[in-house]
Design a protein around this ligand. Structure first.
Ligand SMILES: Nc1ncnc2c1ncn2[C@@H]1O[C@H](COP(=O)(O)OP(=O)(O)OP(=O)(O)O)[C@@H](O)[C@H]1O
Ligand SMILES: [Mg+2]
Length: 200
C-alpha cells in the first residue's frame, strides 16, 4: 500500500517508528507536512497539492496532528477523506478529542462513568455550579488544553471562584470538575478497539 503520514517532523521518534514499521511490512511510506498541503475543493475531482506536486494514489493516511495545528491539520485530513483515502483516525474523531467538553459529553452518552463536571458561561452562575459539582476542592480545566496545561486544582471555594472568574474574564472556555482524590494524580491511557479496552 501507499501510505501517507501527516507529520511536521520526520525526525520525531514516533514518526520514524511508523515509517520503519510500514516499510518492514512492505508498504511505501511518505511523510507529508500537513501545513504545506494545500487543496482544491471541488465535487468531481478534489485534490491535494504539495510543494507543486499533485498528490495521488494514496491508500491510507496516518494523521499525527499536533494540538496547536488542529484546525488546518484536520482540514487537510478531511480532504484526504474526500478523495477516498482511508484515515487511521478520522478528522471528526480528532476534532472531538481536542475539545474536553465535547469528548466528555460523548463518553457520558455511552454511559461511561465520569467525574461530575459543570460548564457555565456567566460568572453569575459560578457559585451554584461549584455547589453542583460538590464544592471545593475542584478541578478547573481549559477546554482546549493538553498534557496538563490549563488544568488547575482549586483547594478552596474562594480560590475556585477567583480562578473561574479570571478565566471567564479572559473569555476562555473552562469546565469545572469534581476532584477525584483517589486517582492520586495518575493518568491512565486506554486503547479501545471495537468498543473494548485492549491495552492500558
Ligand atoms: N477531576 C480530577 N480529579 C483529580 N485529578 C484530576 C482530575 N482531572 C485531571 N486530573 C489530573 O490532572 C491531569 C491533567 O488533566 P487532563 O488529563 O484532564 O488534562 P490534559 O492532560 O491537559 O488533557 P488531555 O488528557 O485531554 O490531553 C490528569 O492526568 C490528572 O492527573
Ligand atoms: Mg491527560
Amino acid at each position: 500500500m501507499k501510505l501517507a503520514i501527516l507529520s511536521r517532523n520526520a525526525k520525531l521518534y514516533s514518526t520514524r517508528r511508523l515509517v520503519e514499521a510500514g516499510q518492514q511490512r512492505g508498504h511505501e511510506v511518505r511523510i507529508l507536512d500537513a501545513l504545506r498541503c494545500y487543496m482544491n475543493i471541488t465535487s468531481m475531482r478534489p485534490s491535494i497539492h504539495y510543494k507543486g506536486e499533485d498528490l495521488r494514489g494514496f491508500d491510507a493516511v496516518i494523521p499525527r496532528i499536533g494540538a496547536s495545528v488542529t484546525f488546518y491539520g484536520t482540514a487537510v485530513l478531511r480532504q484526504f477523506e474526500m478523495m477516498g483515502v482511508y484515515p487511521l483516525n478520522e478528522s471528526v474523531a480528532i476534532t472531538r478529542s481536542r475539545d474536553k467538553l465535547r469528548s466528555l459529553q460523548l463518553l457520558a452518552r455511552k454511559g461511561i462513568g465520569l467525574p461530575v463536571t459543570g460548564f457555565a458561561l456567566s460568572p453569575d452562575d459560578v457559585q451554584d455550579m461549584l455547589k453542583m459539582v460538590g464544592g471545593a476542592p475542584a478541578v478547573i480545566k481549559l477546554l482546549e488544553g493538553t498534557q496538563g496545561i490549563g488544568v488547575v486544582l482549586a483547594e478552596t471555594a474562594q480560590a475556585a471562584e477567583s480562578v473561574i472568574e479570571a478565566f471567564m474574564g479572559l473569555k476562555a472556555n473552562i469546565l469545572i470538575q469534581e476532584f477525584i482524590k483517589e486517582a492520586g494524580g495518575a493518568d491512565i491511557r486506554c486503547f479501545v478497539i471495537g468498543g473494548k479496552v485492549v491495552a492500558r
